[in-house]
Design a protein around this ligand. Structure first.
Ligand code: FO1
Length: 334
């Protein structure tokens, strides 16, 4: 990173996988490194009058020490009394795990949004408490939500005898239906109205390295790339862009990225996801790509591919993966 220490790192990130990777990156980054996280907000949802931002909260809680490690989302030592009371009233939706401690975050966020603060200011305020050790920016202050087009789960059939299609909010598809309903299309509703949040473009332009963590390539990284101007800003950045495969041995490590990749016609493999992101030299966004040894060798023209164990089985393993990503970025620094 042309000797300018401490390095400025930019990490577009989704939820659980991205947050876990960031914990390792913070462990191994040179002292004083400035890490800016561009958080996915396509998963955000209005629930019971509260604005819930799952991926921003997962990064904030994970790095701030409040995450439930066994769930990977929401708070540790959590209770779901309010959720149960809402269900007792027969108030839908009942399928989303709204925790009592977590609700405080949504109340603060909702009140600030309704007072006119942009999501970026809300996120900064919430992070004052959690001190995540990174600058957490939403990808955009404008609202854009991921919806998934499926055959109506109620089995409704149209006049033409074909299953009726419906757009479900991503959370309903992901949480209620466990992404088990085949997705005909995944759409970021409102993408055209989005702009990168304040500070995002500046961070990308000033970056020494941009790291794509093993987040969901479709509904997390893919969503962030749909924010107007985001992809171009990454391409214009002088920083090398290095990605970490979220797929090991043909399977996602967590979550259901395979259901998402199937929806966009991309094979669930480290090579196919790397090729999907594409080489920056041919209009894609990658200079480097880390794959697990079980998937090696992976050839992507224009992309430097290295292999190492990619299972983030514990903080030490995650640190090694993050260090390998930084090393590759160092080697690729133009
Ligand atoms: N994921 C689930 O699988 N079940 C849940 O009930 C659930 C609740 C939840 C509440 C708050 C939050 O911030 C995240 C929550 N998640 C839940 C995870 C979330 O749906 C996904 O992590 C992201 O949206 C995808 O990365």
């Amino acid at each position: 990173m042309d000797g300018r220490l401490p390095p400025r790192l930019v990490v577009p990130a989704g939820g659980i996988g991205g947050a876990r990777f960031l914990r390792g990156l913070l462990d191994v980054a040179p002292p004083g490194a400035e890490i800016t996280v561009i958080g996915n907000t396509g998963d955000d949802i209005w629930l019971h009058g509260l604005r819930v931002c799952p991926d921003l909260d997962t990064v904030m809680y994970t790095l701030g020490g409040g995450i439930s490690d066994e769930r990977g989302w929401g708070r540790e030592d959590e209770t779901f009394t309010v959720k149960d009371e809402l269900a007792a009233y027969g108030v839908e939706p009942t399928w989303f795990g709204l925790g009592d401690r977590d609700i405080a975050t949504h109340l603060v966020r909702t009140r600030m949004l309704q007072a006119g603060y942009p999501l970026s200011a809300v996120t900064e305020a919430l992070c004052t408490r959690w001190q995540p050790g990174v600058r957490l920016l939403p990808m955009s202050d404008e609202r854009a939500e991921t919806h998934v087009v499926v055959d109506d789960p109620d089995g409704t059939v149209g006049e033409d005898g074909q299953p009726q299609r419906r757009a479900l909010h991503f959370q309903e598809w992901w949480v209620r239906y466990r992404a088990a309903l085949p997705a005909h299309e995944i759409v970021l509703v409102g993408a055209q109205e989005t702009r990168p949040a304040p500070g995002v473009l500046e961070a990308i332009a000033a970056a020494d390295a941009i790291i794509l963590p093993p987040s969901n390539p479709v509904v997390s990284i893919g969503t962030i790339l749909q924010v107007s101007g985001m992809r171009q800003a990454l391409l214009d950045s002088p920083a090398p862009i290095v990605g970490v495969s979220p797929i090991i041995g043909g399977r996602p490590v967590r979550g259901m990225a395979d259901a998402c990749l199937e929806a966009i016609g991309v094979e669930t493999s480290a090579g196919a996801v790397g090729a999907h992101y594409g080489a920056r030299t041919s209009g894609g966004i990658l200079d480097g790509w880390l794959v697990d040894e079980v998937d090696a060798p992976v050839e992507i023209p224009g992309v430097t591919v290295t292999s190492l164990p990619l299972l983030m089985s514990d903080p030490a393993a995650t640190g090694r993966i993050a260090a390998a990503a930084l090393d590759l970025a160092e080697r690729l620094h133009r």
